[in-house]
Design a protein around this ligand. Structure first.
Ligand SMILES: [Zn+2]
Ligand SMILES: [Zn+2]
Length: 264
């Protein structure tokens, strides 16, 4: 049986009026496209109770706790708050956290501090990190190194940086996840990474409702579309879709040891 994992989705941010059948419909269409597991990622602590309730309602949905790097600096989170929220069994990861110098500007010391706090919390509760990094390769790797992020590991999600950055993250023991961006015609840099990197460290994701893959580019994205990203990566690497599906699914459970894989 071919299985995929949507390793990064935002079910709580989807405008369910645009998706027939609500979350049930979203999950059913995903299943029809081989997507059997979902990691629903937090961007704000206020969303965590809702994420936990979705994860509790759907057996194969996992959740995370975190405050997105682009949430405004006035929202402050402590290590204790993160660790406290992470106690639920449905929470398998800490994030998304990281650095985004594309969407935030000025003195970003607050963003760097927020990232360090998340790494400390992940180490404290033994749950893997979900790292968002955009146009901040050197600082991202430096903070990961200084804070010993390798101790818990995790994933560089929706990867769009270059091979040098990919290599540095792989050297720290991290996984790399590709979204629909890898299917975009002009995304040569990401495609190069998806082609060159070891398959045993790769994950796939939608990051829905954003970034729908070709042929749905610009439309609302949903977990079912993970399949189009996996198919595109298979094509880039000259291997079968099944090989990509099997590897990325196995990798997901190695990357997130707190996620339980059930017999199907
Ligand atoms: Zn992100
Ligand atoms: Zn995200």
């Amino acid at each position: 049986v071919t299985q995929l994992v949507d390793s990064h989705c935002h079910l709580d941010l989807m405008d369910l009026t645009k998706f027939p059948g609500g979350i049930d419909g979203v999950i059913r269409r995903a299943n029809e496209h081989d997507v059997d597991y979902f990691l629903c990622v937090a961007i704000h602590l206020n969303h965590v109770p809702q994420l936990i309730s979705i994860a509790d309602n759907y057996e194969h949905v996992f959740a995370s706790v975190g405050l997105h790097p682009n949430e405004t600096p006035d929202v402050v989170v402590t290590e204790a708050e993160l660790v406290g929220l992470a106690q639920s069994d449905s929470i398998i990861a800490v994030g998304e956290t990281g650095l985004d110098y594309y969407r935030s500007e000025g003195d970003l010391a607050w963003q760097q501090q927020r990232f360090r706090t998340h790494i400390a919390a992940a180490k404290q509760c033994g749950k893997s990190l979900i790292i968002h990094t955009r146009q901040a390769p050197d600082d991202t790797i430096q903070i990961m190194t200084e804070e010993n992020a390798s101790e818990v590991g995790g994933v560089m999600h929706c990867f769009t940086e270059d091979w040098t950055m990919a290599k540095a993250a792989l050297d720290l023991g991290f996984y790399i996840s590709f979204s629909g961006v890898v299917t975009f015609k002009n995304a040569k840099q990401v495609q190069e990474v998806a082609t060159k990197m070891p398959l045993d460290r790769m994950l796939v994701e939608t990051d829905c409702p954003y970034l729908a893959p070709v042929p749905f580019r610009g439309k609302p994205n949903e977990p079912a579309y993970t399949k189009y990203t996996a198919e595109h990566i298979a094509q880039l690497r000259g291997i079968t879709y099944d090989e990509v599906a099997e590897a990325t699914t196995d990798n997901f459970f190695s990357c997130f040891p707190k996620a339980t894989r059930s017999a199907k």
